[in-house]
Design a protein around this ligand. Sequence first.
Ligand code: UDP
Ligand code: MG
Length: 139
Amino acid sequence: MMERTLSIIKPDAVKKNVIGKIVDRFESQGIRIVAMKKLQLSLEEAKAFYAVHKERPFYESLTQFMTSGPVVVMVLEGEGVIAKNRAIMGATNPAQADPGTIRADFASNVEQNAVHGSDAPETAAQEIAFFFSGRQLIG
Ligand code: UDP
Ligand code: MG
């Protein structure tokens, strides 16, 4: 099924200057970028984006990290791209991520793990709408 998903290149990876290397992982797998922008999240935005994790012990630190520098937010499009993106990203903890995944290659630790990716069709739709209007998605 043709799908769209939200991808974020997190502040750690932007600082490491690997935006292009990460985008290439998607494009070389046939995924298309239908929207893309660089921005700095406010603490309020980061807290809203990660609201699902607000009871978790890492919420404060995660939202501080996500506001610590610019991010690159993208909408990816392709066949089964929600699961495909998660596979390309690798496990949340880079110590457990398969070799060749983005997180194995670029993440620093379980928090500063280079990329975000939506985990299901409903969250993908919500997360895309959090950052982009319909007319900003250019298929
Ligand atoms: N995270 C963390 N500590 C943990 C688990 C997660 O700091 O023990 C951070 C990490 O940046 C992760 C984000 O919280 O990417 C969201 O967690 P989730 O379980 O949704 O992982 P993801 O879907 O990003 O793989
Ligand atoms: Mg998640």
